[in-house]
Design a binder for this molecule. Structure first.
Ligand code: 0O2
Ligand code: 0O2
Length: 198
């Protein structure tokens, strides 16, 4: 095992544990036949090359907030706020920062709510506080961000203007989709409840 594996091990542990805990929140809603604000959860440890790229701007690896990264996908924008409230009241993690890119979308058109948490993992050498970034977004926001991320990667951050404009329009369409779905939210939830019971 090299030094990188040793360095990343507690981050991996944090991602694995948080993924189980966040998925558990969804199951609790389902058990009570309630609408879950969490649709699905993914997680990853930042790859070594991305950490090295990012740490040139920041002083040390330990200060990078998203080496451990979790993503919570929601059906509706209101669900995002419910999830944030659920995170704030948990006693097994500590919310240290929130970045609201929904009220303040990024120039690219990116929308999501980011919560940085401190999470203690138990290691052979005692407890270690790990920073993890939880990105909370709707399915529409996720669709847009996933595609924009691939294009950014392909063009190494220099997306051609014409494609950039299309992405801006797609971001607007994703926003409209979220708005429309919010308006018929109750209707959708009723239908989903009937479907789930079946
Ligand atoms: P279930 O029973 O389907 O919920 P993992 O290690 O596989 O848990 P990872 O590698 O972080 O998670 O991410 P992955 O594999 O991309 O996706 C995690 C979970 O999210 C998987 O479910 C996927 O089925 C689910 N998922 C991914 N994309 C979508 C999507 O677009 N819509 C929905 N509804 N679910 C999605 P699980 O955990 O394997 O089990
Ligand atoms: P990954 O793992 O490839 O997604 P900085 O990263 O320094 O710009 P900061 O303040 O450290 O920003 O963190 P911020 O902006 O809260 O979160 C950065 C992460 O948010 C990114 O991670 C993306 O996952 C996501 N993100 C932010 N802006 C955009 C955007 O315009 N488009 C897309 N698709 N995603 C965005 P990384 O570092 O890119 O890593």
């Amino acid at each position: 095992m090299d030094n990188w594996d040793l360095f990343l091990a507690p981050y991996k542990q944090a991602v694995d544990e948080l993924k189980i805990k966040l998925k558990g929140m969804r199951q609790q809603f389902e058990l009570e036949d309630l609408h879950s604000p969490i649709e699905f959860v993914t997680g990853r440890v930042k790859p070594k090359t991305s950490i090295l790229n990012k740490s040139t701007e920041k002083t040390s690896h330990d200060q990078i907030q998203d080496i451990a990264g979790l993503r919570i996908m929601c059906q509706f924008v209101d669900d995002i706020h419910s999830v944030v409230k659920l995170l704030r009241i948990r006693t097994d993690l500590n919310v240290v920062e929130e970045r609201d890119y929904i009220s303040n979308k990024k120039q690219s058109g990116y929308r999501s709510y980011h919560v940085v948490v401190e999470y203690p993992v138990q290691t052979r050498n005692g407890e270690k506080e790990i920073l993890a970034e939880i990105q909370i977004r709707t399915l529409a926001m996720n669709f847009w961000a996933t595609i924009e991320h691939s294009l950014n990667y392909k063009y190494q951050g220099q997306i051609p203007t014409a494609i950039g404009l299309r992405l801006q329009r797609a971001a607007e369409a994703a926003f409209q989709l979220d708005e429309e779905m919010s308006l018929i939210r109750e209707e959708i939830q009723e239908a989903q409840a009937i479907f789930q019971k079946k």
